[in-house]
Design a protein around this ligand. Sequence first.
Ligand code: G1P
Length: 295
Amino acid sequence: MTNKRVRKAVFPAAGLGTRFLPATKAQPKEMLPIVDKPIIQYGVEEALAAGCDQIIIITGRGKTAIEDHFDVSYELEKMLEERGKLELLSVVRQISDMIHVAYVRQKEAMGLGHAVLMARELVGDEPFAVLLADDVIDAEVPCLKQMMEVHAQTGASVLATQRVSGAAISAYGVLDGFPVRESPFSGRLYEVKNVVEKPKLEDAPSDLAIIGRYILTPAVFDMLERTPLGAGGELQLTDGLRMLLQKEKIYGFQFEGKRHDAGDKLGFLKATVEFALKRAELGPQFRDYLSRLKL
Ligand code: G1P
């Protein structure tokens, strides 16, 4: 249990992105754009909106484009200034002015738990957030901000969750828990009893899938140090969380909002269409175009 403010947000971004080959052969999947913004920027903006002011990105080989993206681009800014493209200049500046970013290099992609463990020194002894950029969440109140409320009330770790029906559940960490009745979170809060990574449908303890937003207490690091390799031969964050449950309470929170799995081709396409339709300068024309398609 902690009462400290959550200031740091960790973004594991060392994965190989094989699902998007060949697009990800020489480009990190976190930089694939939904409309005109790389998917990782959606997550970073969400973390900032939730009150985090330090971003820690866990990178690996071939990920320098992410570092360049959040850095100042002197030549580009100068060129935009000279050409009087001031609106674009402000868009570009906003990104580099946005945040303090630290990078940690994960030498081997050994799983999500391993990636989180890489952040241990930079996070230190305070609660922190983990955001998986693949999960792009469109919500009136940013998902992580909703979870901050739960953390502020409970002082415990909080996992974002959403119901997933049928065999698709096997692609997720799945939680088993019971609804917390007396809480201001109107039937959306669960006390977690167990978590299982990517169970078979018949072994899934519920239909509550863990979505890529976590607020974790620093006690998770000691657990991850001792967690044996799990599903897929990787160090799974979910397994570390199961060990943490022996020590501390963990809550699952069914957030309000729509989650897109941008790590999946179809999910990525759906997110692109929905975000484009919402854009003032694109939406009306795009809607018109879509409605004329003979489907
Ligand atoms: C990871 C986690 C899993 C979680 C999922 C959410 O899996 O290991 O527990 O449910 O993210 O997107 P991945 O999608 O990286 O296989």
